[in-house]
Structure formats: C-alpha cells, structure tokens
Design a protein around this ligand. Structure first.
Ligand code: UD1
Length: 315
C-alpha cells in the first residue's frame, strides 16, 4: 500500500483519481482549498484524509506532502476565460502552487510527482493531431501557466533528481464536472442546459473542434504515469485521439437527452484554441495506454449522471 497525495482531490478529476486509488487499496490524502472543488465530491469515498488549505502557502504544501510516496498534482484554477479575466489569481494557483508542491516533494523525498498539464499548451498548431514534440504556443495565461508548470517539473528532475511526469489533458469530461459556473467545461454546461430544456450557448461559429476525453481514461493514464519506468521527465498527451466540433457535440447531446432546443451563438472567447486533437502514440509507447471508454460511451454515462445525481448535486 502506497501513500498518495492528490492535490485538488475535491475537484472533478482529482475526486475520480482519489476514488480509484482508494479502490486499489492505497492510502490517500487530499489537499484542497475548495475554491473550485467541493467536499461533497468525496462523500461517497471512505478513508480519505482531507486537508483544507492553499498550496500557494509553502508551509501548507510541506504539511500536505509530508509522508507521501506519490503526488498527483491536480490543484489548479482550470479555466482559460477565467485566466484571461484574472491572470494574477490564476497564476498564484497554477504557478506558485505548483512550485511549492515541487519544493515540498523534493524535500520530502517523494518517489514521483505527476502533474495535470493541458492541451492548451499547444495553441493553434499548423497541423493535427498535436504531438509532444511540437513547440508550445500558449494563447492564454492559463495555457502559459501550465507550460511553466511542465518546465518547472522537468527542471526539478534535472536539478534535484525528483521524478516527475506531466500529463497533458484534452478537454476532460464526466460525472461531477461542475456545470454551474460561467467557466464550466462545455459538456457539463450543455448537459445541464439540455436536461432543463434551456438553450446552450455556443461561442463562435461552433466549428471549433476538441478531443473530448472521458475522465476514466485520464485516471488510467495518470496512474500508469506514476509507475511507468521511462516516464520521468516526460510530457505526455492523454486523450482519445479523435475530435468533434461543438455543433456536432450539441446535436449528439441533444439527441441523447431528447431535448428540442436550438443553441444560442455568441461571440467567440478570447484565448480560445480553434482545433484540438491529440496524437497519443507517446502514451501508448511509454505508458502502455489505450483509451478504455470511448467518447460516445463516456457521453452516455455523463448525460445519465447529470440526469440523476447531477440534478441533486448542483441544486
Ligand atoms: C481548455 C483546454 C483544456 C483545459 C481546459 C480547462 C484547449 C484546447 N483545452 O479547454 O486542456 O483543461 O481549458 O478549462 O485549450 N464553449 C461554448 N459554450 C460553453 C462553454 C464553452 O461554446 O458554454 C466553447 C469554448 O469557447 C471552447 C469549447 O467550447 O471553444 C471548449 O471550452 P471549454 O470546455 O471551456 O474548454 P477549453 O477552453 O477548450
């Protein structure tokens, strides 16, 4: 039994990681400031040690990491538009917090730290799919902060010998993604609108595309990254490898829900990437990763969740 710290473990992705680690019999501590996460996301998981605090505070980061073998650093303010609106708050969470977790992990002799990177690092690349050797080209403070995090990890590996891996997430979706904020991920926003027969908002012409990834795939990829022998010092895409436009996503979800509304088109968001699709060759090679839940199946499970548990969770 290993001891894991999941930072941001009360958030959407962090709570899924925590649940799976407990299911596998590990000891798990969650550190979260509950700025976007919720205690309720862990209500169904027993045996988790919960520490409330802010990782931008180095003392708290030291307390959080102490005694842990592995650190899964998920804590972040995970929003492109929010970072455009308030780059300082977003930098504090995404860069200061990450540096503190690295320092605390180095000092505690952690075996490996796995970081939640982002596909937004690529910006608008001339070709698709996007592979890890492409230069990063951040279009928003959020994207830049995630690139800085990755580079800090690689530097800590070189300078101090701390084993680190950055996993680049591509538009992760699934149960427990919070639909209630203006910065919510698009699938959660569409699901809650359609279930209530409200008109979802589409920013821009809706022809932008994304490699939407069901959360179970990310959990699997991250947990593989804690152990894979050749992963340290690497940046690795974890996604499904496909892409779908927002207009198509809207139609698919409307059919699934059985709603009859039309979307409302609004001006596109600044900092928005046009197309996003991952090359997952590196994840296949280094992590022996293969998507375990397809986009379609993930979407079915997600819509079902928003219909049942989601209705009460977001009430
Ligand atoms: C970006 C990152 C992703 C990161 C996420 C965190 C890219 C390619 N991906 O996702 O890695 O984890 O930020 O937030 O940069 N939209 C609507 N209606 C809505 C909400 C969103 O049309 O109600 C549009 C957005 O303008 C965007 C797309 O849907 O074009 C996806 O938006 P969102 O779910 O917020 O994620 P990204 O910004 O793509």
């Amino acid at each position: 039994m290993d001891h894991y710290l999941v930072t941001g473990g009360a958030g959407f992705i962090g709570s899924h990681l925590t649940e799976e680690l407990i299911r596998r019999g590990h000891q798990v501590r969650v550190a979260d400031n509950l700025s976007t996460g919720k205690r309720a996301n862990l209500d169904h998981v027993s045996g988790v040690e919960f520490l409330e605090g802010d990782l931008a505070d180095l003392d708290f980061a030291h307390r959080a990491v102490r005694g842990c073998d592995y650190v899964l650093h998920q804590a972040a303010i995970p929003s492109v538009p929010r970072s455009v609106k308030d780059p300082i708050a977003s930098n504090r969470a995404n860069v200061d917090g990450t540096l503190n977790v690295l320092i605390a992990s180095r000092d505690a002799g952690v075996k490996r730290l796995v970081f939640a990177g982002s596909s937004s690092a690529y910006g608008n690349t001339p070709t698709l799919p996007k592979h890890e050797d492409m230069p990063s080209s951040p279009l928003s403070p959020y994207a830049l902060q995630k690139v800085v995090g990755e580079q800090y990890l690689q530097m800590f590996t070189r300078l101090y010998g701390l084993e680190t891996v950055s996993i680049r997430y591509f538009n992760v979706f699934g149960p427990r993604q919070d639909p209630s904020s203006p910065y919510s991920g698009v699938i959660s926003a569409f699901a809650s609108a359609l279930i209530e027969n409200r008109s979802p908002r589409i920013y821009g012409d809706g022809e932008q595309t994304r490699d939407f990834t069901y959360v179970a795939n990310v959990v699997d990829g991250v947990l593989r990254a804690t152990e894979a022998p050749r992963a340290s010092g690497e940046v690795i895409n974890v996604a499904t490898g496909g892409r779908i436009s927002l207009n198509e996503l809207f139609r698919t979800m409307r059919d699934l829900v059985g709603a009859s509304v039309e979307p409302t088109y609004e001006e596109s968001r600044t900092g928005d990437v046009r197309d996003s699709q991952a090359d997952i060759t590196k994840a296949r090679t280094i992590l022996n990763y293969e998507p375990i839940v397809s986009f379609e199946e993930g979407l079915r499970r997600t819509v079902e969740w928003y219909r049942t548990a989601g209705a009460t969770a977001s009430a």
